[in-house]
Design a protein around this ligand. Structure first.
Ligand SMILES: *[C@@H]1O[C@H](CO)[C@@H](O)[C@H](O)[C@H]1NC(C)=O
Ligand SMILES: *[C@@H]1O[C@H](CO)[C@@H](O)[C@H](O)[C@H]1NC(C)=O
Ligand SMILES: *[C@@H]1O[C@H](CO)[C@@H](O)[C@H](O)[C@H]1NC(C)=O
Length: 474
């Protein structure tokens, strides 16, 4: 019994639910992306270092042959600093390493000494610190909301040379003091660097927290972009696995299908690659279909006036004589409704949608009652063009062909085939433009902060589409 229980527990642990789900969306940050990150990071660090405060130093030293010398160094300020050399590298399994070399800081301050009880002297000094090196590792993880989070580990900072130049005062004094001052200032400086580096790393987290883990799409749907596992850091990229799933707003019901595993190709000419698997649009289809949002009444006013085909019993009576006989001189109305969620298929350079729907035709009685005439099963094959607009992905559909079979007839038997052209026309002029108007508004991509996409390309590959892009933060 215990053994069985153990086995079951083990199986439960190994099941996909417990082990994390497959990603619907994958994001790859390349070396080029990291390079952009380095530039932003170094600029932030430079600002951070400007806040370095060297406290006033004072004390006394016994200096032979004059005896006790009291001194103070005050008003020390940073005049200039630079981080001319820095490198960001990937640390597989952990995150990234940041190394800074040949950094420099120039400081200015005042000195004051008192010795032999009555002699006072004062002046100013300049301190040039150079050859500063900093190295740290930034661990990249997932926080408990599925957003990326970073933390600094293993920071080390060393100050290379420090050169003090005194202004005013007696030169013999400088020599006595320069060593001491040098050491004291260096250590005051060195102590502050790693905590500031750590602060700067932690300050990236509020930015990373702006990842739209749950992005509202419209009144029906929201899309979840939380990470389903910790970021994977390899020697060439950081790879994030995101859920990429549409949900009904509020009630998160899983669709009867799940993402198939996929992996991004080793492309690296852009900063960022976003792979959206067919699962993501298919989960959208599931949500909209379940919400009843994929249905539309078509009335005659939606057919261009120039069309000889009208939605009335006269036009349809030409193909199905019973209609003209039973319902003479009436206008008609069609209800187009998906029978199940549409299925999107990504093939290299090609996107198709299989939409299985029903069309119910009604005659509109003078008292506005709808009399059903027939129900057709309409399986439509649709091709899609997908593009990126802003930080959204949008699309446009073209109807290729339809395959119709009779569901129910309320007017006796008739040849369904004879209606092919009418329905193809009606769907093309009345349904597709409505759907395209919605698709054109787009759906949010995963994004952080105020991010713009530039040099964006979209490729359709087997089972997913790949967006390669550079980013700019404003
Ligand atoms: C990067 O990792 C891959 C796979 O682990 C390995 O084959 C390759 O040699 C590594 N490249 C470098 C430059 O370390
Ligand atoms: C949808 O239509 C296609 C093409 O006619 C067909 O192969 C498929 O079985 C249909 N699916 C359902 C669930 O009816
Ligand atoms: C509307 O007219 C039809 C046909 O004349 C009739 O069968 C139906 O009962 C009427 N409905 C109402 C609500 O009056």
């Amino acid at each position: 019994m215990v053994t069985l229980w153990c086995v079951l527990t083990l199986l439960a642990l190994l099941s996909p639910e417990a082990f994390g789900t497959n990603a619907g969306v994958k994001v790859k940050v390349t070396q080029k992306g990291l390079e952009y990150g380095r530039q932003i990071g170094i600029a932030a660090l430079q600002e951070k270092f400007k806040t370095i405060k060297i406290p006033d130093l004072s004390g006394s030293e016994s200096v032979s042959p004059i005896g006790k010398v009291s001194y103070s160094l005050t008003g020390i300020q940073i005049l200039n600093l630079g981080l001319p050399e820095s490198k960001l590298g990937l640390v597989p399994g952990t995150g990234v390493s940041l190394s800074i070399a040949n950094a420099f800081i120039n400081l200015h301050g005042n000195w004051r000494v008192k010795y032999l009880r009555i002699i006072k002297d004062s002046g100013s000094f300049d301190l040039a610190v150079s050859g500063l090196t900093i190295s740290t590792t930034i661990a990249v993880k997932s926080d408990d909301t599925g957003r990326p989070a970073v933390s600094g580990v293993n920071c080390a900072a060393t100050v290379g040379q420090a050169r003090v130049k005194f202004h005013g005062g007696a030169s013999w004094l400088y020599n006595l003091f320069s060593d001491y001052i040098d050491k004291a200032l260096r250590s005051a400086l060195q102590k502050q660097i790693c905590p500031l580096v750590s602060d700067a790393i932690n300050e990236m987290n509020p930015r990373l927290k702006t990842l739209n883990v749950l992005a509202q799409v419209d009144k029906y749907a929201e899309i979840e972009y939380s990470m389903v596992e910790s970021p994977a850091v390899s020697n060439s990229s950081i790879d994030l696995s995101l859920k990429g799933e549409f949900y009904n707003i509020g009630q998160h019901k899983e669709p009867p299908f799940s993402p198939s595993p996929f992996s991004l190709p080793p492309q690296d000419s852009n900063m960022l690659y976003i792979g959206l698997s067919a699962f993501t649009p298919n989960s959208a289809g599931f949500v909209y279909n379940s919400a009843g949002a994929l249905s539309l009444y078509i009335t005659d006013d939606m057919i261009p006036p120039s069309s000889p085909i009208r939605l009335n019993t006269r036009t349809f009576g030409a193909f199905i004589p019973q209609i003209a006989k039973l319902y003479p001189g009436l206008m008609m109305k069609l209800l187009v409704k998906t029978a199940k969620e549409p299925t999107i298929i990504f093939k290299p350079n090609y996107v198709t949608l299989q939409v299985n729907s029903t069309v119910t035709a009604y005659a509109i009685q003078p008292n506005t009652t709808l009399s059903p005439l027939f129900i057709l099963n309409v399986d439509a094959s649709v091709s899609a063009k997908i593009y990126v607009t802003g930080i959204k992905v949008a699309g446009a559909l073209t109807l290729n062909q339809i395959d119709m079979t009779l569901g129910t007839s309320y007017v006796g038997p008739f040849q369904v085939k004879s209606l092919d052209n009418i329905f193809l026309m009606v769907l093309k002029v009345a349904v597709i433009p409505k759907v395209n108007a919605r698709l054109q508004q787009g759906y949010p991509l995963p994004a952080i902060g105020k991010m713009n996409l530039v040099n964006t390309q979209l490729q359709i590959l087997k089972d997913y589409m790949l967006i390669g892009t550079d980013v700019q933060f404003t």
